[in-house]
Design a protein around this ligand. Structure first.
Ligand SMILES: CC(C)(COP(=O)(O)OP(=O)(O)OC[C@H]1O[C@@H](n2cnc3c(N)ncnc32)[C@H](O)[C@@H]1OP(=O)(O)O)[C@@H](O)C(=O)NCCC(=O)NCCS
Length: 151
């Protein structure tokens, strides 16, 4: 799906395509994006990341520039009917505030299916506040180990 957005004069002018994540094409640049953001869980083990981003029930969508570089991605889990969960959403800093994040959520949700999306955030509340939403208290449980080791 071609993706066109409004571009302020002082940002990179790129046209992006949104499509499903292809690990053979996209894994390295997705992991590079995560590393640049300081996200450790996916880059810590690339083969594990490949499995996680392509697991059953997982829909991963990438925003790709003409040079095939991934400029953003969304990872959504869904039962396909009712409940989806946004696991990861990341847009490269130079292309933020231009509608890429919103387009990634819409595309991933459309492909994954469901009626609603839950998510946790401690970095992007203002972005999510712009969507129709309800607020809940969130928990992240670590059944097998203590918190702090990973995300
Ligand atoms: C959060 C993130 C994905 C948003 O992506 P983005 O491409 O900048 O978002 P969009 O341009 O689609 O934003 C949609 C709207 O929200 C606004 N918006 C985006 N980020 C915002 C922010 N931090 N604060 C306030 N408004 C914001 C945009 O201006 C836009 O407004 P509009 O509806 O008036 O046009 C991006 O900032 C990012 O990758 N952040 C670092 C990683 C992160 O925190 N991910 C979320 C983890 S839960």
């Amino acid at each position: 799906m071609p993706f066109l957005d409004q571009q302020p004069a002082n940002v990179r002018l790129v046209s992006l395509v949104l499509r499903r994540f292809d690990p053979d094409l996209d894994l390295a640049t997705v992991l590079a994006l995560c590393l640049a953001e300081g996200w450790a869980s996916l880059p810590a083990d690339p083969e594990r990341a490949r499995r996680a981003l392509t697991a059953p029930g997982v829909t991963t969508v990438v925003a790709v520039a003409a040079d095939s570089v991934v400029e953003g991605f969304a990872q959504m889990m869904s039962d396909g009917e009712i409940q989806a969960f946004l696991v990861n959403l990341l847009v490269t800093p130079a292309l933020r505030q231009q509608g890429v994040g919103r387009a990634l959520i819409r595309e991933a949700f459309g492909l994954a299916g469901g009626q609603r999306v839950d998510l946790l955030t401690d970095t992007a509340e203002d972005f999510y506040e712009r969507w129709p939403h309800r607020r809940f208290t969130g928990f992240r449980l670590y059944p097998d180990h203590s918190p702090g080791r990973e995300g």
